[in-house]
Write a protein that binds this ligand. Structure first.
Ligand code: RIB
Length: 290
């Protein structure tokens, strides 16, 4: 089945810093580079590199043609990436020596979508296809409603976390993807544990502690993380999510889906950068066969 992704496209401006800056502190970066990013674009690249047919729905400004070209170079269908009068989204990313990050995003064109863009983007979808969503665009609820009516499966990453947005999406989705911090924030906002959410399946990623798959009426499935030397964790969650949805769309069993996603994230954090650091399926399988 195909993967449709209504997702952000950002120019990532990455600064390697000795430590993440404190309030009021001015800090000199030791390295700077830029590249394609955005939670949506990263997830599309991950799903495509995992072998899925991916259609990306989103928007860039007049300054964003290079990002559309990079997505198209991955074999991603970019016909539904709209050109907005707003400037493209960008992200200021600080990464410290431990590979930890702090990110500020400027949404720009990512939040200039209208419902017609979403409807047009989903026009060729068929029942059983997947729709991926995150919180860096607008129109997520509109897209999920259309997708459900079409018999699609909806996967939603609650990032960046926004309690109101998550509550709107919960009744509309089949798969919720959270990291541990987001799971705690959501439990606090709802006053109940994530195992009690009205969602058929939830994945909680836990960094070095791996990930857990929760499915209503079934025992949890745990996957350990691989122990690797971390260079940069930026986009690791997006890589995991893209590999998960590609695996589900490809009909893989949950344990294999999670194993591949964990391996992809482990390979990704050993490199600098975001979209370009995401491994191909061949690399993931070679790593797993080691
Ligand atoms: O998850 C990492 C991503 O968050 C970066 O690529 C940045 O653009 C922000 O969207």
């Amino acid at each position: 089945m195909a993967v449709y992704n209504l997702g952000s496209i950002n120019a990532d401006r990455v600064y390697r810093v000795p430590h993440l800056p404190a309030p009021g502190e001015t800090l000199a970066a030791v390295e700077y580079f830029s590249g394609l990013g955005g939670k949506g674009a990263n997830q599309s690249v991950a799903a495509a590199r995992a072998g899925a047919r991916v259609v990306h729905i989103g928007a860039v400004g007049g300054d964003g043609g290079w990002m559309v070209d990079l997505l198209a170079g991955e074999g991603i269908d970019t016909a539904h990436i709209w050109c907005s009068a707003e400037p493209s989204g960008h992200a200021i990313i600080n990464v410290d020596d431990a590979g930890e990050n702090a990110i500020v995003i400027f949404p720009g064109a990512n939040r200039a979508l209208v419902a017609e863009h979403v409807v047009a983007g989903l026009i060729d979808a068929v029942p059983g296809d997947w729709l991926m969503l995150q919180n860096e665009t607008n129109c997520q609820a509109e897209a999920a409603l259309v997708a459900r009516k079409m018999g699609m499966n909806v996967a939603y990453s609650a990032a960046p976390f926004d309690a109101m947005a998550v509550q709107t999406m919960l009744p509309l989705i089949k798969l919720l993807i959270l990291n541990e911090v987001e799971a705690t924030q959501l439990a606090g906002a709802l006053g109940t544990g994530v195992q009690n959410l009205p969602v058929p399946r939830t994945i909680i990623t836990k960094g070095a502690a791996g990930a857990v798959w929760l499915e209503q009426g079934k025992a949890p499935v745990e996957v350990p993380a691989f122990s690797v030397r971390v260079m940069d964790t930026t986009g690791a969650g997006d890589t995991f999510a893209g590999y998960v949805v590609a695996g589900l769309a490809g009909g893989l069993q949950v344990t294999e889906v999670l194993r591949r996603a964990a391996a992809a994230a482990a390979l990704m954090v050993q490199k600098k950068g975001t979209a370009e650091a995401i491994p191909l399926l061949d690399e993931v399988m070679a790593f797993l066969n080691q």
